[in-house]
Design a protein around this ligand. Structure first.
Ligand code: ADP
Length: 675
């Protein structure tokens, strides 16, 4: 039994549109993602950098405030001292004590000089007053301070090894609107920086004070030189002097690569690209496989659709799980009316219901008839004869999951068979009709002779009666003997006619011949009178040569007599035109050569007639072939059929002395008994 492997039927989604667009969006997204990933650390760095810068600015501002505050505190102390000095000059000791106090409060103060209204030094402390007098800038500051009555700073200048490190503050002294002189304080800017900037700030930043021309006048760089990355400048707000505080952080720009974030971003990005490529290849492979599958499916569907054989699958409970279009065509129902259905099926014909049910019970019990013929009822009620082949359905794991049937619509075959049967019937009918024709023509032929004989015997009898009647008492006496013989002969021929009719009928019906053991001598004797009658009319002499030891044959006697009668009549007719002394008809019988286990007896009818021309010989045995004006052309055809009907043969040959020899062979009978 064939086994089917069931493939689950399913539909594939529509194919994904091919082309570069499919990849454009994911690729753009990935690029964007990478950009963001790379931008983020840069942004973080930028933010860090900004933060540092801001921190520096704030710190710088704070340092500037500290320096300014220190100077302002010193200015206030000077102003207080100046106010006292303008009123009265203290004793020198007290003055020195106050001056010393000033120096103690701020180490940046290097020198303090008190000038009177004439510009003479009234008192001083700290560094020696400059030999060459004050610098030009300091003198300008003094003039400006006197005219504005407000303290004023000079530009930085160098002294005693310091190139530019000192700065003067001129405070004019007035009392009751009168100029009373001035106090000039000299500060060391380097000390200012060293004393007032906290160490932690100096550790992180290089600080410097710059003059109007950007010359460094003081600097502090405890943590080494600045990197020039984070810098800030801030002017110290000193009236009259232009000094700028510049800070330069020792920290460089935040480093990018050692950054853990950047590292992980790079790794992540790489991983992303690799997995994207892998995904890409996987999708490409999937699409290729899908396309191959789709082609396979299309091919299979086309195959199933073009199939003329109906296919139906059922599960183990008999529920229909699959039908192909051919099956739907056979039963005239759409697949949705069939799938999932359990018996009784919509295509079961009511008259065959019990047959289906019996078969279905067998299917449920696990035995199917591999092949059977049945009838389905199409949806329009037409019965469809089908040939069904059933086989177990086995899934991919080798599990028996149901049954697969292939169904052949055998309507055409049945129709052809029916047509064939009808034709056969017709043929038989026409054969019977032909037989009827054969019977009638044969009877017509065969009855000719007995009828002719009856006619001539009754004519003879009438003759005898007429002669006796004519005499009217004085005529010849009634020849009762002749009359009796004639009537007996007529009677015999009439019975013969009846026999002929029976024999011919049976022969034509092709039933088994009524065979009996017949001696040829008896057959010849049976027809001798008739043959002689004909022979006499044609002046033919008859010779019969049948040896007494000749074995009998198995045959229908009447038929053999008819054969002999036909052959002798043909022979007599063939000799009509020859010299009367040569008109000899011979019937000779002899034992023929052994053929097989059975012996044969040959019977020849020999004439000296005109013989048979080759063109006549060709058609000799055809029915209705005759060279005679009155001939029916049935004689030889009947003879041959009759002899072959007995299993014998009929042949003809030329008579060496002129004329023809017709010979038939018959099977020799076994029994000794002779009819
Ligand atoms: P029919 O005798 O009615 O013509 P047959 O079938 O008996 O029909 O014979 C067919 C033909 O065969 C005859 O017409 C005749 O020409 C030829 N034929 C038959 N027997 C002989 C014979 N003994 N000699 C010569 N010709 C013969």
């Amino acid at each position: 039994m064939k086994r089917y492997h069931m493939k689950t039927s399913f539909t594939l989604p529509r194919p994904v549109p091919e082309g570069p667009w499919r990849w454009l969006v994911p690729v753009l997204l990935v690029l964007l993602f990478l950009l963001v990933l790379l931008w983020l650390p840069w942004q973080a760095r930028q933010m860090e950098s900004n933060e540092r810068q801001e921190q520096l600015i704030a710190d710088t501002l704070w340092v500037e405030q500290t320096l300014r505050f220190e100077l302002a505190r010193s200015e206030e102390a000077l102003a207080a001292l100046g106010a006292d000095l303008a009123i009265e000059t203290p004793p020198p000791a007290a003055l020195q004590a106050r001056l010393a106090q000033m120096f103690k409060n701020g180490h940046e103060l290097q020198r303090l000089i008190w000038y009177d209204a004439h510009g003479d030094v009234k008192a001083s402390r700290g560094l020696e007053p400059p030999q060459q007098g004050l610098t030009q800038s300091s003198r300008d500051a003094a003039t400006m301070a006197r005219s504005t009555r407000i303290g004023r700073y000079s530009d930085p200048y160098g002294a005693q090894g310091l190139v530019h490190g000192l700065i003067d503050f001129h405070l004019p002294l007035y009392h009751a609107g009168k100029y009373m002189g001035s106090l000039v304080a000299t500060y060391n800017l380097q000390t200012l920086l060293d004393e007032n900037v906290p160490w932690w700030f100096a550790q992180d930043n290089a600080l410097s004070l710059l003059d109007r021309d950007d010359h460094v006048v003081a600097q502090r760089a405890a943590g080494g030189p600045g990197r020039g990355v984070y810098t800030h400048k801030r002017a110290l707000d000193l009236p009259g002097a232009q000094i700028v505080l510049a800070t330069d952080s020792v920290k460089g720009a935040p480093k990018l690569l050692p950054n853990l974030l950047v590292g992980s971003v790079v790794v992540l990005a790489l991983g992303l690209v690799i997995s994207l490529v892998a995904l890409w290849r996987h999708i490409a492979r999937t699409i290729a496989a899908e396309n191959a599958l789709r082609q396979q499916m299309a091919f299979r569907t086309a195959m199933e659709d073009s199939l003329l054989t109906g296919l139906r699958a059922r599960d183990l409970e008999g529920r229909v799980t699959y039908v192909n279009p051919a099956f739907c065509r056979i039963v005239g129902l759409p697949p949705e009316d069939l799938l999932g259905k359990m018996p009784p099926m919509p295509y079961w014909a009511p008259e065959a219901m019990s047959e289906y049910e019996t078969r279905f019970r067998k299917v449920l019990s696990g035995q199917v008839t591999p092949q059977f013929e049945t009838v389905f009822q199409r949806s329009d009620g037409v019965r469809v004869p089908v040939l069904v082949f059933e086989a177990p359905l086995v899934d991919a794991n080798g599990r028996h999951t149901g049954w697969m049937s292939s169904i052949l619509d055998i309507t055409d075959r049945k129709r052809a068979e029916e047509l064939n049967r009808q034709q056969q019937e017709k043929l038989e009918t026409s054969a019977r009709l032909a037989t009827m024709g054969e019977i009638s023509s044969m009877l017509a032929h065969e009855l000719n002779q007995p009828l002719a004989a009856i006619s001539s015997y009754t004519a003879g009898a009438l003759n005898v009666l007429t002669r006796a009647g004519d005499a009217d008492g004085n005529g010849a006496p009634l020849d009762v003997g002749t009359l009796k013989r004639a009537l007996e002969q007529a009677n015999t021929q009439a019975r013969r006619a009846g026999q002929i009719i029976r024999s011919v009928h049976e022969f034509v019906k092709k039933r088994e011949p009524r065979r009996e053991t017949v001696a040829i001598q008896h057959v010849v004797d049976g027809i001798r009178a008739l043959v002689e009658l004909q022979a006499r009319q044609s002046y033919v002499s008859l010779q019969v040569d049948v040896p007494p030891e000749l074995p009998p044959v198995l045959a229908d006697r009447v038929l053999i007599e008819q054969v002999l009668l036909n052959l002798t009549r043909n022979a007599i007719e063939a000799m009509q035109a020859i010299d009367p002394e040569r008109r000899v008809l011979r019937i000779a019988a002899y034992r023929a050569a052994q053929s097989g286990s059975q012996g044969q007896v040959a019977v020849s009818v020999i004439d000296n007639g005109h013989g048979i021309a080759p063109e006549v010989a060709e058609r000799l045995f055809s029915p209705f072939f005759s060279t005679k004006a009155e001939g029916m052309g049935m004689g030889l055809s009947i003879c041959r059929t009759a002899i072959e009907f007995h299993g014998g043969t009929l042949a003809h040959a030329a008579n060496p002395g002129g004329g023809t020899v017709f010979t038939f062979m018959l099977q020799q009978a076994q029994e000794a008994a002779v009819t």
